[in-house]
Design a binder for this molecule. Structure first.
Ligand SMILES: O=P(O)(O)O[C@@H]1C[C@H](O)[C@@H](CO)O1
Length: 314
């Protein structure tokens, strides 16, 4: 069919990149972290760092967005081996969805058990304020109402023929995503409930109760910010915050069996009022990130210290 469509994203490609990375560092991470816009400071918290620029990693895309440094950092966070993406990829950067999510599959092959994702988002819930941290309990995958990322199989004509003639019990395509997980991954348990509770408990202990919220994150394609009508619609549909990332990564992480925790920093209020003078902009997003960085980093790093190997919580 489209033999080139999975070129560079197959199981073997991910494995080659994971093997390349493991040959360069002794760190064997069990927690993988993805930093959102302006939230890359989390990676700087890692001790005994071994860091790679994305451009030097085989098969990796490049970061093109201000506020996403483009480094993969290995190290320990309060003694726990971690790997951290200091910068992520977005659909609007023009990469195919398989490329955007490739690092998550590489996390899996590195031995990561728990993925912790952060993002910047616009607040739709009228009770939210700029600077609130929203623990994500669920998502609306707007771009994904057509096939979800990287869990569909695109096979070549040759492979399809082998499939038809020999009827193997598993797909013979080397790029088949079923080498990572099932064809129809469940998403009703996408966000690990114990990790959400842990975040709430840690947040309370740290005195963050006033700005710690929970809610539903909606992803759009971007990069234009939303119209007023769109924000009103999304809120009516059940979204508390809107952004341009994370959901694809969550689906891929769940597809290959990793636990997921995700949070949004509410960097701006989505505009829902025609009389409002507010205009969403990336500078405000980065500025709010700077203001709340310290607390967000402490929340995530304290959570990491409480996640034991094999996903138990201390
Ligand atoms: O990577 P995240 O989701 O944090 O980035 C958000 C969405 C856009 O890339 C950008 C808009 O300011 O921030």
């Amino acid at each position: 069919m489209f033999p080139e469509a999975n070129k560079g994203f197959s199981y073997e490609d991910c494995k080659a990149t994971a093997d390349w990375l493991m040959a360069q560092t002794d760190v064997r991470p069990t927690v993988g972290i993805v930093c959102g816009s302006g939230l890359g400071g989390l990676a700087d918290m890692l001790k005994d760092q071994v860091a790679f620029n994305y451009k030097d990693i085989p098969n990796f895309p490049q970061s093109t967005v201000h506020g996403h440094a483009g480094r993969l950092v290995f190290g320990t966070l309060r003694g726990r081996p971690c790997v951290c993406m200091q910068g992520r990829f977005h659909l609007y950067e023009g990469y195919p969805i398989q490329k955007i999510t490739l690092p998550i599959r590489i996390f899996k092959l590195l031995g990561v058990e728990t993925v912790m994702l952060t993002n910047a988002a616009g607040g739709l819930n009228q009770d939210f304020k700029v600077g609130d941290i929203m623990i994500i309990k669920d998502h609306l995958n707007m771009p994904g109402f057509s096939p979800s990322p990287g869990t569909f199989c695109v096979i070549s004509l040759g492979t399809a023929l082998v499939f038809i003639l020999t009827k193997p019990s598993t797909c013979p395509s080397t790029s088949c995503p079923r080498r990572f997980g099932v064809r129809f991954p469940c998403m009703s348990d996408a966000y690990d409930r114990e990790l959400q509770q842990l975040a709430m408990d840690v947040g309370q202990e740290l005195g963050y109760g006033d700005f710690l919220k929970e809610g539903v994150y909606c992803v759009l394609g971007g990069p234009s910010f939303e119209t007023i009508a769109e924000c009103r619609m999304l809120h009516k549909l059940g979204a508390d915050a809107v952004g341009m990332s994370t959901v694809h990564e969550v689906i891929i992480a769940r597809h290959c069996g990793m636990k997921v925790f995700a949070l949004s920093l509410i960097t701006n209020q989505a505009v829902t009022d025609y009389d409002s003078e507010e205009k969403a902009n990336h500078e405000e997003v980065l500025q709010t990130g700077k203001q709340r960085a310290e607390q967000l980093e402490r929340l995530v790093s304290t959570m990491v210290t409480k996640i034991e190997h094999n996903n138990n919580y201390a």
